[in-house]
Write a protein that binds this ligand. Structure first.
Ligand code: ZN
Length: 360
């Protein structure tokens, strides 16, 4: 299997924990936390076709004023009957005017190339944000077939989350093995940040049954994501500096703070021949010293931005006995949360609004 198939298998199989076997198919080469000089994984997206955008980017306001999403007018006063939960709105509503833009692209070549022709946003950035959504149900690097299409609603303005995508729909070309799916940004009651939910009210992103972070804004990178000449070896959970970080497995501390220019403050905890690895920490708990025994769920430090890291986040990685990384979503069981009935009412309004703006 190719690396992305491991990822796909991992994502699809998440929910059932499976004991990896050294040398088994989902052990892959490459080891980004040690910054390998060479790897054998080729990850470039096939560069085979010229991007052709079928429809132009539409500034939604230019289309019709009623589509102009303003926290003060459209969404509130124009829809008096909609008791919108402010928390359910995108962004903190600190700005009175917010534009959502709509782009529909037919994929020719890569997603990034295809977005170039229709988006006023740097296609690398918007593409990366699309990928964060798409990756939970398909392979966004190699799984596209020419003729697939993606519709996205996105914002270019300041938002409490970095990801610009407000809603998306993926429609595979006829005959594809992929299935159509869509997602919509919504803040679940009690959550600190918006997340993306499917129309049936299940969350697009999966949580590990026991998480290494208590709260997080967004999963900014999954296992297997192409990174130049290697692939990403862990899962990145973006969260504010100081957010507690926990050992998932427990075990005994193997080492701390190795290769710090790259890893930043870091911890490796061994368990049963495997290990869990935490990178880019802000602080490490005093008790976490080589040889110390850590309980499952015990706090081992806090999220930081140390080492090679562009924003505070936790890089969480599982290594097998042979030192190769394993997708944490394959190693551990995981689940999808669902919205309760009360949230579903608000969420449905959000979905309806998005669909209207996406021309549906
Ligand atoms: Zn990472």
């Amino acid at each position: 299997m190719k690396y992305w198939q491991y990822l796909a298998v991992g994502l699809l199989a998440a929910g059932c924990s499976r004991e990896p076997v050294p040398g088994d198919s989902y052990f892959i080469t490459g080891d980004d936390y040690r910054a390998p000089a060479d790897t054998t994984v080729v990850v470039a997206v096939a560069d085979t076709a010229v991007a052709v955008g079928l429809s132009d980017t539409v500034d939604v306001q230019a289309e019709t004023d009623s589509m102009h999403v303003s926290a003060e007018d459209s969404l509130y006063s124009a829809t008096d009957s909609l008791e919108m939960n402010p928390d359910s709105l995108l962004a903190a509503d600190t700005t009175s005017t917010r534009y959502w833009r709509f782009a529909a692209v037919e994929i020719q070549g890569s997603l990034y190339q295809s977005l170039e022709s229709v988006s006023d946003v740097e296609s690398d950035i918007l593409g990366a944000h699309c990928v964060r959504n798409l990756v939970w149900e398909m392979n966004p690097w190699r799984g596209f077939i020419a003729g697939d299409s993606v519709k996205i609603l996105y914002t270019t303005e300041e938002s409490p989350r970095e990801n610009m995508v407000v809603a998306f729909e993926y429609i595979p070309v006829s005959g594809s093995a992929n299935h159509s799916f869509s997602g919509y940004l919504f803040t679940k009651t009690g959550d600190n940040w918006p997340s993306v939910w499917k129309p049936d009210g299940s969350e697009l992103v999966k949580l590990l049954d026991r998480m290494p972070v208590g709260t997080f804004e967004e999963i900014t990178s999954v296992f297997g994501e192409p990174r130049g000449n290697h692939i990403h070896q862990g899962v990145d959970y973006k969260a504010p500096e100081g957010t507690p970080v926990y050992s998932v497995t427990g075990g005994s501390v193997v080492r701390t703070n190795w290769n710090t220019p790259y890893n930043g403050n870091c911890v490796e905890i061994g368990f049963g021949g495997y290990s869990e690895i935490f990178l880019h920490l802000n602080s490490i708990a005093a008790a976490v010293v080589p040889g110390a025994v850590i309980d499952p769920g015990e706090q081992i430090g806090t999220i930081g931005n140390s080492g090679i890291s562009t924003a505070p986040h936790l890089h969480y990685q599982i290594n097998g006995p042979d030192g190769y990384a394993i997708d944490p979503y394959l190693y551990f069981s995981s689940h999808r949360r669902t919205l309760d009935a009360e949230d579903m009412v608000l969420f449905q309004q959000r979905v309806d609004l998005c669909r209207e703006m996406m021309g549906e």
